[in-house]
Write a protein that binds this ligand. Sequence first.
Ligand code: FES
Length: 150
Amino acid sequence: MQSTVNNNENWTPKIVAFFCNWCTYTASDLAGVSRLRYAPSTRVIRVMCSGRIDPEFVMEAFAKGADGILIGGCHPGDCHYAEGNYKCLRRFTLLQKYADQMGIDKERLRLEWISASEGKKLQEVVNDMTEQIRKLGPSKIKNVVETIER
Ligand code: FES
């Protein structure tokens, strides 16, 4: 067990981050411009609204090797398309249940409301999630999917 913990210390998780163009994506830009350092673990995919994130995107990312999924959207009431983030929240709740049924730790999924001005919050969330995933270790979903497809 100790060796697993030590191995994970040198391992960088792959976190696929779906960020809303208007808020969280802009916050990641702000964090960069402000030179706020955060773990190089995220691969950001920009979407116009968190309501655009199809649960299939999330499951496909896991199937292709993501160790965690971070979804970032505008704060409730601030969605540029009125209700997209509420739709995202409903889907996220279902996605967590589905992921659990599929044997995926629900800690590998995270939803955060991060506005364009919250570069610092983005830094904290990415660092915190990276540590959380590091403790869980690499996801085995990709291996399972490859075994099934053989
Ligand atoms: S526009 Fe950002 S969550 Fe809808």
